[in-house]
Design a protein around this ligand. Structure first.
Ligand code: KDG
Length: 322
């Protein structure tokens, strides 16, 4: 399957200790960013993936390019911007309370934030079957909003399957986010979301998933043709399509770093669903991939290939996977 994705790939500074960042002294450097994580996951599963992104003409940009290249992601549409730096973000863990995870972005002036919308005209969609993007990209800047909207329209015109993850990130989302993301939510064939994301976009806080999903579908005028994948972290995942519901519990593992699990889930679900058109198989593989990436630091490092997913399924098998 040939997939195009668009998003910011950043350098992640991942602390090796917990607590407030002012007292963290040692960070591990990783390459991260939602759509880049999905691209790497899809590539490890044997798909041809290209990413549309922009990095700075700096050491971090070189780092990102070499990681994407070594992971087999096509770099035809990667801009190297001499005037703006590669985006960076830090993770803070277990502060102000145990279990909390907060991210601190240094990306408002990044190369990706300055992505030129006119560049989309030069993207040749010939041969691509799928376009994947998340709500993060249109929210990065007005340039990114315009560019991602143009690429969405171009993908629809070229009859690509559109995959969209709402991916709400409270630090960059705002009161206009629902309006900006509306065309993506409405035109996606496959929509990944969560209870929290739907609540945020509806500007409400309701814990009843069924009610929230109904409200969400009504608000965005979604028909039941859409494949809606609701990720619920350790509570599993639910797919709703044509009046049917499919549920898959999560796999219980020792979580070392949960950041990136949702992207791994998306990549595996997309790859297996579009290959076999079987929601149940795709959900099982996605649950395994999502769990495995949480077992080591970084967003994508532990993303499994096909044989590793099979091994994990055999090892954990049946009830042990619950
Ligand atoms: O899904 C993981 C991403 O959230 C992380 O890598 C950083 O892309 C990122 C973002 O914008 O928060």
């Amino acid at each position: 399957m040939k997939v195009l994705t668009m998003g910011e790939v950043m350098i992640q500074l991942n602390p090796i200790s917990s607590g407030p960042l002012r007292h963290v002294y040692i960070f591990e450097k990783h390459v991260a960013g939602s759509e880049g994580n999905v691209a790497i996951g899809l590539s490890r599963l044997g798909n041809d993936v290209s990413i549309v992104t922009s990095v700075g003409k700096d050491e971090f940009g070189k780092n990102i390019i070499s990681v994407l290249r070594s992971e087999g992601v096509d770099l035809t549409y990667v801009i190297v911007d001499p005037n703006h730096p590669t985006g960076v973000y830090f993770i803070q863990r277990d502060f102000p309370f145990p279990g909390s995870i907060e991210v601190y972005y240094y990306r408002h002036n990044s190369a990706m934030a300055h992505f030129p919308p006119s560049y989309v005209n030069s993207i040749d969609l010939g041969g691509y079957e799928v376009f994947h993007i998340s709500g993060i990209t249109p929210m990065l800047s007005s340039n990114c909003e315009e560019a991602s909207m143009k690429l969405l329209e171009k993908s629809i015109q070229a009859n690509l399957i559109v995959s969209f993850d709402t991916n709400v990130r409270k630090k960059i989302f705002h009161e206009r986010s629902a309006a900006i993301l509306k065309p993506f939510i409405q035109q996606a064939h496959i929509l990944f979301t969560s209870l929290q994301d739907m609540n945020f976009l509806l500007d409400q806080n309701n814990t009843n998933l069924e009610i929230v999903l109904n409200d969400f579908m009504r608000f965005f005028k979604l028909t039941d043709e859409k494949i809606i994948v609701i990720k619920q972290g350790s509570k599993g995942a639910l797919v709703v399509n044509k009046g049917k519901q499919y549920y898959e519990p999560s796999v219980s593992v020792n979580v070392v770093d949960s950041v990136g699990a949702g992207d791994a889930f998306d990549a595996a679900f997309l790859s297996f669903f579009l290959e076999k058109e079987d929601v149940k198989i795709a959900l099982k593989k996605a649950a395994v991939a999502g769990a495995l990436v949480t077992t080591v630091r970084g967003d994508f490092e532990a993303f499994p290939d096909r044989s590793e997913i099979e091994k994990a399924e055999k090892l954990w098998g049946g009830e042990a996977m619950r």
